[in-house]
Design a protein around this ligand. Structure first.
Ligand SMILES: Cc1cc2nc3c(=O)[nH]c(=O)nc-3n(C[C@H](O)[C@H](O)[C@H](O)COP(=O)(O)O)c2cc1C
Length: 345
């Protein structure tokens, strides 16, 4: 299937892996890339050396197929990670919360492709104006950080507002979704929750099974941070609070856990969190989520922890390989498009 997304990126299928913290690691990126999609690595809590190592591991497995790294501005060690991406000439640079024009100016002369993730029409227009090659757009149904507008409204709005390719997310898991996204004006899809429940995904089996058994309404927008709606499945025994003031000790635990993961001292991590709040408005309350987030997504304790997941959980019932997901998605989309053409004739 050829679209503007496949032509821009030089990939076989118009499908990308969403950039998911603790999930979009080398095995999943390799699985999606080798199956003809675009794999995106998420270097959350990585040091510069870890990122370089992961990039080289991916290169060794995918050869010259393109893949990308996704950043969000409040990632610890953001400037060091940018430096590695530029030095290693990673073909695609994804960026949450829009893409800074300064970064685009650095990657373009190297021939790299800059694609921001956005949740609003205005952000997409700004990204195009700043020189982004395409935009990734996630609707309200999406897992994790989700915008206010549903995919069926947001995707055509963005497609009608920008000329660059649009890659749609939020509720897609199969060929019905791919055909639907193309009909809404997108040039391809990216999927998070679907790929989190694949054989190559590093998430514990208990999380994958919970995804397969959950109802759509269980993936709800939590009230954990006021201006950062986060769609997740929350365990029966995991109590979440609307602000860190309610549970200051969870905040302290969060700083200690995050510092350990990022390989810095707790004091240094606290300074980084304060800087992120000053520069990007990242709520400090995010720190108090680390403990339950780790319990759920990394340790697999689905009762005491939580993990980001989209409403699409209601449509997922198996744990296939990335190749199976991509092949059956494209085959089903082609079938649907053909039958719709026949209906129109
Ligand atoms: C387990 C999980 C972790 C995620 N982590 C991040 C993250 O660290 N940063 C980010 O910008 N988005 C994150 N997301 C959101 C995805 O990038 C993407 O927008 C979303 O998964 C698309 O919707 P879908 O889940 O319906 O496919 C995460 C999503 C999931 C399911």
């Amino acid at each position: 299937m050829k679209t503007r997304m496949t032509e821009l990126l030089g990939i076989k299928h118009p499908i990308a892996l969403a950039c998911m913290g603790s999930v979009s690691t080398a095995p999943l990126v390799i699985g999606v890339t080798n199956a003809g999609g675009l794999g995106l690595l998420n270097p959350l809590n990585f040091t510069a050396d870890m990122l370089r190592e992961e990039i080289r591991k991916i290169r060794d497995s995918v050869g010259n197929k393109p893949f990308g790294v996704g950043l969000i501005p409040h990632m610890p060690r953001y400037p060091e990670l940018v430096k590695v991406i530029l030095e290693e000439k990673v073909p695609v640079v994804n960026h949450g919360m829009g893409i800074p024009a300064e970064l685009l100016n650095q990657i373009k002369p190297l021939g790299l492709i800059g694609i921001p993730s956005v949740g609003r029409v205005q952000q997409a227009i700004r990204a195009e104006r700043d020189g982004a090659a395409a935009v990734m757009v996630a609707g309200h149904e999406a897992g994790g950080d989700c915008g206010p507008i549903g995919s069926a409204v947001l995707i055509p709005q963005v497609a009608e507002s920008v000329k660059i390719p649009v890659i749609a997310a939020g509720g897609f898991c199969d060929g019905r979704g791919l055909a639907g996204a193309l009909a809404l004006g997108a040039d391809g899809i990216y999927m998070g929750t679907r790929f989190a429940a694949t054989q190559e995904s590093p998430v514990p089996l208990s999380v994958k099974q919970r995804i397969c058994n959950a109802k759509a309404e269980e993936a709800r927008v939590t009230n954990m941070a006021k201006h950062f709606p986060l769609r997740a499945i929350v365990g029966k025994k995991a109590r979440l609070y609307p602000g860190w003031q309610y549970m200051p000790w969870e905040m302290i635990r969060g700083v200690i856990i995050s510092a350990r993961l990022t390989k810095v001292s707790p004091l240094e991590y606290w300074r980084m969190a304060l800087a992120a709040r000053r520069e990007y408005g990242t709520p400090l309350h995010f720190l108090s989520l680390q403990d339950k987030g780790q319990k759920g997504l990394v340790q697999g304790d689905v009762d005491r922890g939580f993990f980001p997941a989209g409403q699409v959980v209601g449509r997922l019932h198996d744990i296939p390989t990335c190749q199976e997901v991509i092949e059956r998605t494209v085959a089903q989309a082609e079938e649907i498009i053909k039958s719709m053409q026949a209906t129109a004739d």
